[in-house]
Design a protein around this ligand. Structure first.
Ligand SMILES: [Ca+2]
Length: 324
């Protein structure tokens, strides 16, 4: 929803409400990490989850053609992402989690559809209009020359390892602490890794009411660098999320109600001042999802929409299944 006004935001809230009405036990929401092409190799926010295993498939659209006096950034792609995650628990709430993503980036096919969809809703097409349709580009030029240049392709992403330790085990408002490391297992050629280990610290709070679950997280990330041609340093950055899962009673699948998941994510840009505001500024993303059961298996479908422009995807879809 880049460059759209209040009117367009209201339209979006209306669509969100319609999804809510379609939605209805609380299977655990997946511990997804909303990925965006500029941050693929950089450790960033991953949600807390009670799930012991999960598998997800995502589809992301991203168009970013901007320049300033010293920087020129063109990123234009569609991306498929697949991720497997597993949690091992010991003691009372201690856990180690490992997440391994695979990405496929390519030119895509959805530009015409997205332009028509924006036209239908009266939303500004944003930077997509100035780019050739269904083209791939990934080049970040800084004052010293090329910083990152990537071709389209299929490859491993950086493997995230997270250690979770409970701080407060109360039934109401438990608190957990996490230490995360992003290991450089990913392909630098495709822009899926920054070649070094990134670190992160997180605090998670949550509360479970009979019909309403909610939680929050605050994280501080210490990324190593960015760039597969010329490494540039990044600044440490903060990310905050707030989510709710609301049960509604009149639609049930297989005797279980299916809640709506709603999450706001705010985060600072890890990039230093480039003079391109969408690259440098803090951003806000809305993620909505619904959990449904099919043959006893919980499935989670969700999508994100960027509310402030910037580094978040234009739109991103996620389909996930998890084991509780
Ligand atoms: Ca990394």
């Amino acid at each position: 929803m880049r460059k759209s006004g209040d009117k367009n935001f209201l339209k979006f809230v209306f669509i969100a409400s319609a999804v809510f009405l379609l939605s209805t036990n609380f299977p655990c929401p997946p511990p997804f990490r909303p990925d965006t092409p500029p941050l693929l190799g950089i450790l960033h926010q991953r949600e807390y989850s009670e799930c012991s295993q999960f598998f997800s498939a995502g589809y992301t659209l991203f168009v970013f053609p901007y320049k300033s006096e010293n920087w020129q950034i063109v990123i234009d792609m569609e991306m498929m992402s697949f991720e497997y995650g597993k949690k091992w628990e010991w003691g009372k709430g201690n856990a180690v989690e490992v997440y391994l993503p695979i990405y496929y980036t390519y030119a895509g096919f959805m530009d015409s559809f997205v332009l028509k969809y924006h036209e239908f809703l009266g939303i500004s097409p944003g930077p997509r209009e100035v780019r050739p349709k269904n083209a791939f580009a990934y080049q970040v030029l800084g004052p010293q020359g090329v910083v990152q240049e990537a071709s389209s392709g299929l490859g491993l992403g950086d493997m995230e390892v997270r250690v979770l330790l409970p701080i407060k085990r109360a039934a109401q408002l438990p608190l957990s602490f996490a230490l995360s490391a992003d290991l450089p297992t990913g392909s630098e050629k495709f822009g899926f890794s920054n070649g070094r280990t990134d670190w992160g610290l997180s605090l998670f709070g949550r509360n479970a009411q009979p019909d309403f679950h909610w939680g929050w997280s605050i994280s501080r990330f210490f990324p190593s660098s960015f760039g597969n041609v010329r490494r540039i340093s990044l600044r440490d950055f903060t990310s905050i999320t707030l989510y709710g899962q609301i049960r509604q009673k009149w639609i049930r699948t297989q005797g279980k109600s299916a809640p709506l998941y709603l999450q706001f994510r705010w985060f600072e840009s890890p990039f230093q001042a480039s003079g391109i505001s969408a690259w440098d500024r803090n951003t806000l993303e809305l993620f909505m999802g619904v959990s449904l059961y099919h043959k006893g298996v919980p499935w989670f479908f969700g999508f994100s929409e960027d509310l402030a422009g910037g580094l978040t995807p234009d739109i991103s879809f996620l389909l996930s299944t998890q084991w509780e």
